[in-house]
Design a protein around this ligand. Structure first.
Ligand SMILES: Cc1cc2nc3c(=O)[nH]c(=O)nc-3n(C[C@H](O)[C@H](O)[C@H](O)COP(=O)(O)OP(=O)(O)OC[C@H]3O[C@@H](n4cnc5c(N)ncnc54)[C@H](O)[C@@H]3O)c2cc1C
Length: 459
């Protein structure tokens, strides 16, 4: 259903709001509608940047009353293009980035438009941290509501495992405080259920003491032997160590030897959340796997894991996500073979060994149900021209199919705009039924539908 609203109706909304409304004829409209990923050239009727929760509530009521499509945006990194609408309105939280840190109590309340990098830098100044993902420009709202698998996942769990409470405007326009005691059903659902239940205006996190880490980047040759051994070491490592590896052709980066440019490498992002000596001991076996092509592992503040928040170029990629149980030599051979057979300007297989604190939370404690999953895999191929898309997609789908093992789950935050089956894979079994029942209670008309959608139960 496509709904148009008249300029007069939008103008009334503009007057009612404290924040900004950017319409197609306004300066900065093209920048305001752009999202992280390319390929979503959508023209919303307006991009609205609320100043506070009251503005958020007004926009939600406006969407409800007019029926116009509502896109909710935190950091704009949706892999599925969900934070921009064609003809609808974008509720962009970027002007709501305040953070209030209780250093003694080791908690922080942050507004929904803050980025992971912004949060990490602010709490890091006090020797504290919460783990989000691997990229500083991702919004804390989007990543946390879906999960949050990052550099502290084995030591401190998912981002949502460190969430203590939220303030959320639900489809009826009410601003609610939600935690384990107040609306516990909704608190369960928002921890994994994404943006399906309302717009989170503030999030309260537990902060972990973390003066420094041993971490950074280690680059090794991308051979099958190194890949399989790396995963075995990452699995056996103390849970203070979380790793993310990308197996890919070496980009022409200045810190990589020129003769390696274009050759397969294993680029590892590693973070040991503990003291330096133990960290050095934990990373020694990885350094010994092969002569490193680059070794930038060092003791540093945790915030050093995130590049500075510069504007990034838009990338356009096809990607699939899944979990697998093991990467033995045969699996590693397949990865190398496929990566070598593709001529995409960039293609990569990303592997993240999970476990540790994330796996100790009961499967049904939150709407993130993949506690027993062992290794997350993301397969991606970039493309520059639209005509290239089909061939890149076929490669990604074929390789994902070949790599699939017994774990049928999927991580919601890495899904693209795929199919209802894939959303079901993110919410297996009883999780799906429970989410649908809670959706029916808090969003019976599915106002929040531009997302990995959980339709309200209908009985
Ligand atoms: C480069 C890149 C790196 C990534 N790395 C990781 C990683 O290491 N680990 C990981 O777990 N994930 C990672 N992700 C996935 C990321 O967690 C999701 O894309 C997430 O949804 C992005 O959140 P956002 O706020 O930036 O995106 P947006 O596009 O702004 O939001 C995505 C969706 O989240 C919902 N949403 C966002 N904010 C709110 C809010 N305040 N209230 C209600 N709903 C909201 C909306 O439904 C929205 O459509 C990465 C993504 C990218 C593009």
């Amino acid at each position: 259903m496509h709904v148009n609203v008249s300029p007069a109706t939008l103008s009334r909304l503009r007057t009612a709001l404290t924040g900004r409304v950017i319409e197609p004829d306004d300066d900065g409209y093209d920048r305001a509608r752009a999202v992280y990923y390319g390929g979503f050239d959508r023209r919303p009727a307006a991009v609205i940047r609320p100043a506070d929760a009251a503005d958020v509530a007004r926009v939600i009521m406006f969407a409800r009353d007019t029926g116009i499509e509502l896109a909710v945006r935190g950091g704009g990194h949706s892999n599925a293009g969900h934070s921009v609408s064609e003809g609808g309105i974008v509720l962009d939280l970027r002007d709501m980035r305040a953070i209030d840190i209780d250093v003694e109590g080791r908690t922080a309340w942050a507004q929904g438009g803050l980025t992971a990098g912004g949060f990490t830098a602010a709490v890091g100044a006090h020797g504290l941290a919460t783990g989000f993902g691997d990229t500083g420009t991702v919004g804390i709202g989007g990543i946390t509501l879906g999960g949050g698998i990052g550099f502290l996942v084995r030591k401190h769990g998912l981002a949502l495992d460190n969430l203590l409470a939220v303030e959320i405007v639900t489809a009826d326009g009410e601003l609610r405080h939600v935690d384990a005691q107040t609306h516990p059903d909704l608190f369960w659902a928002i921890r994994g259920g994404g943006g399906n239940f309302g717009v989170v205006t503030r999030l309260q996190f537990k902060l972990q003491p973390l003066e420094s880490i041993v971490g950074g980047i280690l680059v090794l040759p991308g051979t099958a032997e190194v890949i399989a051994s790396f995963i075995a070491e990452a699995d056996a490592a103390p849970e203070e160590l979380s790793t993310i590896i990308n197996v890919m052709p070496a980009p022409p980066m200045p810190f990589l030897p020129e003769e390696w440019h274009g050759q397969l490498i294993l680029m590892a992002f590693m973070a040991y959340a503990g003291d330096s000596e133990a960290g050095e001991r934990a990373i020694a076996p990885f350094r010994a796997l092969a002569t490193p092509l680059a070794d930038m592992l060092q003791t540093m503040p945790y915030s050093g894991m995130f590049a500075s928040e510069e504007e990034e170029d838009q990338t356009t990629a096809v990607a699939r996500t899944m979990f697998i149980d093991t990467v033995d030599r045969g699996v590693a051979d397949t990865i190398v073979e496929y990566l070598e057979s593709s001529d995409a300007s960039m293609r990569a297989v990303q592997l993240r060994v999970l476990g540790g604190a994330m796996a100790r939370v009961p499967v049904d404690a939150t709407a993130f149900a993949h506690r027993n999953s062992k290794i997350m895999v993301n397969v991606a191929a970039f493309y520059e021209r639209l005509e290239e898309r089909a061939i890149r997609e076929a490669w990604v789908i074929e390789l994902s199919g070949v790599l699939r093992q017994s774990d049928a789950g999927a991580y919601v935050n890495f899904l693209q705009d795929e199919s209802i089956d894939r959303v079901r894979a993110a919410y297996p079994g009883e999780t799906w039924n429970r989410l649908r029942a809670i959706k029916a209670e808090y969003d019976p008309t599915n106002l929040f539908r531009l997302n990995q959608n959980i339709p309200p139960a209908t009985d």
